[in-house]
Design a protein around this ligand. Sequence first.
Ligand code: ADP
Length: 405
Amino acid sequence: MKILVINAGSSSIKYQLMDLTDVHHYTLLATGLVEKIGESTGRVTHKTLIPGHESQHVEDDPLPSHREGMSRVVALLTDPDKGVIRDAAEIEGVGHRVLSCGEVYSDTVRVTPEVKAAIREFFPLGPLHNPANLMGIDVAEEFFPHAPQVAIFDTAFHQTMPPKAFLYAVPYDWYTTHRLRRYGFHGTSHKYVTQEAADYLGLPLADINLITIHLGNGCSMAAIRGGKCVDTSMGVTPLEGLVMGTRSGDIDPAALEYIMGQTGMDIHQMINALNKAAGLKGICGVNDMREVVAAAADGTPLAETALELFAYRIQKYIGAYMAVVPKLHALVFTAGIGENSFPVRDRICRGLEHLGVRLDAARNEAPSREPREIQQADAALKILVIPTNEELQIALETKHTIETS
Ligand code: ADP
């Protein structure tokens, strides 16, 4: 089944066209990024990935809206020379990454007017993403009118958290009236690596107990008990929890009032700073982990400090989640940093030997793109590295939803 996966942002559209049967049988036909929509010059980077016919095409033209962006994507996908399909009608389903629908849907759904209304209802809680995600759906409906549209929510996998994990200890009507609670994000990734870890370990999903550690530009962890999420580190927004590339993660809210008083920042400037100028970048000036690791290795003191904070916060969450997940089978590292940065995995695991976390240096440092284990041979607790694939998970869920609804 040919599925188009779309991740629409406020000025961008990321897409992948896949032909898939199941998790082990799929072909990535094309992938690309439309960026700078609404700016003076837009850019489309389109890659054809059919084996033997790989090519890359870059266009720089103004793209006033998502509609023009999507029209370029359709033209490139169906181009008589470099296209991968003859007609847009060959696309049998479109899967959309959507940030949040709060508690309304705890699973992937086919897009209906009600689903769109739910996405709209959560604009105030996902002001950067939900409007863009909905725009992506509207535009895709226009270009692929015959194809079912499916929404995959980043929050859905975390809907199994119990109230003691998702409630904030604040006046209860903030939850009942204003829907303030912890929702969690990166759900598609945590779900994908949970299933992959169960397959890797040869255990039924319903029996698997994990701590999944997604370390990309955004970072989050999830406690998985019996294959289901029972806690996660992000909150009502992705700002809570771990130290990230540019986000602070956990912070005393009273610190905001104090610094706003000292600097004259308003609340929007403050939240913007905590999202974009904090985390690794706030401490040492750079947010790309490769640069932070290189600077620390060169002896830059604040890069070392940033790495220490990054690893220490994750260690604390590992301790906390070990307390809530009995009979833990494995820690699972995933995403850009988790999959690739052996020095960061080493820093996180070092010092946790008393919790049974015993990393094997040679296995940790051996490069691979495959799911693998990196603990010492006789360690009871496995440490896994599992490459995530959110687009594949979205495509699989899109196919499943179309076939079953
Ligand atoms: P996103 O959250 O945007 O999907 P990724 O999962 O691609 O991001 O992760 C981006 C992060 O991964 C960046 O901090 C980048 O430095 C880091 N990263 C990617 N490759 C490596 C590598 N080989 N070594 C260290 N860090 C890496």
